[in-house]
Write a protein that binds this ligand. Sequence first.
Ligand code: PLP
Length: 393
Amino acid sequence: MSQFSNVIQRKGTRSVKWDYAEQLYQDKDILPMWVADMDFQVPEAVISDLKERVDHGIFGYTMPDENVKHTIIEWLSKRHQWKIKEDWITYSPGVIPSLHMTIQALTNKGDHILIQPPVYPPFYSVINDHERKVVKNPLIYNKGRYTIDFEDFEKQIIENEVKMFILCNPHNPVGRVWNEEELLKMGEICLNHNVIIVSDEIHADLVLDEHKHLPVASLTEKLNEQTVTCFSPTKTFNLAGLQASYLVTSSKDKREKIKSHFDKQGMHMLNTLGLTAMESAYLHGEDWLEGLLETIEANRDFVMEQFEENTNQIKVLPLEGTYLLWMDCRSLNMSQAELKSFMQKQAKVGLNDGVSFGEEGEGFMRMNLAAPPNIIAEGVNRILNAIREKPKA
Ligand SMILES: Cc1ncc(COP(=O)(O)O)c(C=O)c1O
């Protein structure tokens, strides 16, 4: 049996996904398919390297040495054909902290920052928390696919004198992996209007089928100077609780400002075990990652088939990247409150509410596919049964 079929009990491990779900969805029988972590054990080598480090028994202040940087450089070169330099890397405990720091370091109070809803909810709070203003360039949803409204993208930038754009690539929750043409077009507009690009590429390694992740900063030298990219092994290898990530930019000026903000918050070190896990995963995790991607593709295909065969009331979007499936539930003809309650109380599945990604997510729900096929099948069955039992309108 593949390690991705193993159902491992997570309740009682202080898991946000499993232990907090009961409180959040107010039901002890809820099946958690929400927050973006996976119900899979990390690669064997990572467990073994962590054990070895734990056995040493001393956990004093730890410095990320050149070896860790080399594994990052190798990883980005091998997986994304991007050759970066050692001094372009700044460590961070997480992508959300990186967004907080970058916004504070590179913009001023009152500045306008562009995002593309429906999008990862913290994109709103990292802007609002620092008294910057959210400007929206909503994605276009047409015939079951999301694309970018470039005309509006430029219009919003000009009209609001936008200073920064937070790109989500691959995009959570719509599952698009932006292609070269799309990235270059957005990049060119940003360069023309001197908009700094902060590219959240935490899902970079989680790209499916023939799709290819392209770091926007890798496309041209100018874009490299204009962009700060946030990466992390924590989404790829299920290490979110260990908190280790990094930012990359060739711009010395941006790097120094960001680094200074981290220092001023006393955040100049990484978690000892996080560093061990990051290095180990990048060195030894590639085969595991291939197995993971196959599992996510199979789970996605299964969910698509099941909904296609058994209901015309839920349509799932083609998933190019991430393990988060965006589901169009508008044919259920429910208000958002009814839809939420239906999934929670009738189906007893804990999904992410579409509107938490912005009002553009109305009528949608997000399902986490990074779980053993048995769990995915159980979730889909619960939803299909609830639809069957639903009184006819
Ligand atoms: C787009 C995106 N950015 C950032 C994060 C969280 O990053 P971190 O846990 O490193 O703060 C997530 C988690 O789901 C995400 O989907």
